[in-house]
Design a protein. Structure first.
Length: 321
């Protein structure tokens, strides 16, 4: 007869399996085995990581849109300054003419002297008028273009914000599924989410900026994975690699596909410590630390780890320039 504690675990796992049915398709009538749970956790974790990287890309896009809005606002200032000067000049001419009447400087400009002098004065007035009109036309064109661009950027920002919110909602749903899966594993096998501890082992001495990136990565071992994080207390995969190279004085986007486009592509045989290893069609990235080993932030429920680089088939390899 099974031990009461064993029977209790089975009942708890079965109840959790019923609760999670529909989101991950776990059978309600039977508690999953350790291997089934592991597979479900890996599947959900991969989905979460894919959404994480989409979320990171949308944050980059939204940040760029916001920066473009600031630049656009600044671009209008020269036209505004020209209009202000033109308006002031027209206002001064009108005010002077009103105050001094027909015998003031404006009328004097048009009277006296010969025909040639009269033509010169008319040409001067025409030049002032055209200059003012050019400034006004420039401002009109600039403000029209500004309004159109501002409307387009605003529409883009609204769309991108909606996409970020939608990805956040997807993330939340998957995180709830994972939490249930971890609870099921804990109830059945005593294995919930991983707990890390500070690394105290040796760190390879590597020269240059690559050495700084590798040292930084070693010092993050044991820290938890967190959606969208790039330190200092937690990381997702591209957050870890971008933070490592930031510590070495190099800028990498916090997104795997963007990082792939920012590095020089190399072969496996050319790998050196500090290079990046990409996986799952650019769904995951890790930092190569030498000896066939990588340091990465694997997925939800885990911590930053050092492990063999053949965790899955690599997509490609890159060197930070």
């Amino acid at each position: 007869m099974p031990h009461p504690r064993t029977r209790l675990r089975v009942l708890v796992v079965a109840a959790l399996a019923v609760a999670i049915t529909g989101s991950l398709g776990t059978a309600a009538h039977a508690a999953p085995s350790a291997s089934e749970l592991k597979k479900q956790i890996e599947t959900a974790s991969n989905k979460l990581e894919d959404i994480t990287e989409k979320y990171n890309q949308m944050r980059i896009n939204l940040k760029k849109t916001q920066a473009d809005q600031v630049k656009l606002q600044a671009s209008l200032k020269p036209a505004q300054a020209k209009l202000k000067a033109a308006s002031a000049q027209v206002g001064n001419l009108a005010t002077t003419s009103y105050k001094q009447g027909r015998v003031g400087p404006m009328s004097a400009l048009l009277t006296g002297g010969g025909q040639d002098s009269m033509m010169d004065r008319m040409a001067y007035l025409d030049l002032i008028t055209k200059s003012n009109q050019r400034d006004i036309d420039t401002f009109t064109a600039a403000t029209q273009g500004f309004a159109e661009k501002q409307a387009a950027l605003k529409a883009t920002q609204v769309k991108q914000t909606a996409q970020v919110n939608a990805l956040n909602a997807q993330k939340g749903s998957i995180q709830k599924d994972l939490k249930k899966l971890f609870a099921m594993r804990e109830a059945a096998f005593g294995q919930g989410q991983e707990k890390g501890s500070k690394y105290t082992g040796p760190i390879p001495q590597i020269s240059g900026k690559a050495g700084a990136a590798v040292t930084f990565a070693y010092n993050q071992l044991g820290k938890p994975y967190l959606f969208g994080a790039d330190g200092p207390g937690s990381y997702d995969c591209s957050g870890l690699t971008s933070a490592a190279w930031r510590a070495a004085g190099k800028s990498l986007s916090h997104q795997t596909k963007a990082q792939w486009n920012e590095v020089t592509h190399i072969s496996k045989g050319d790998l050196q410590p500090g290079d990046l290893v990409f996986y799952r069609s650019l769904g995951h990235v890790a930092l190569y630390v030498g000896g066939g080993q990588i340091i990465d932030a694997p997925h939800s429920g885990t911590v930053v780890k050092k492990r063999g680089m053949n965790i899955m088939t690599p997509y490609g390899y890159g060197r930070v320039n």
